[in-house]
Design a protein around this ligand. Structure first.
Ligand code: ZN
Length: 54
């Protein structure tokens, strides 16, 4: 699974890969929180992040 901030429409080059969505979520949580002030604890944010995973 791959996550790119660009897929969220963000002007950011961050990209992360992991074996599955749960692992990927753990890896990107810190980034979206500090770089984009998004709270990964919120269901709507979780949903948005998961939908962007490819
Ligand atoms: Zn980013």
């Amino acid at each position: 699974m791959t996550f790119r901030c660009k897929d969220l429409g963000l002007a950011c080059e961050f990209e992360e890969k992991a074996v599955d969505k749960d692992e990927l979520m753990k890896r990107i949580e810190g980034h979206v929180q500090t770089a984009h002030q998004m709270d990964p604890g919120l269901p709507e944010v979780q949903e948005r992040l998961r939908k962007a995973m490819r």
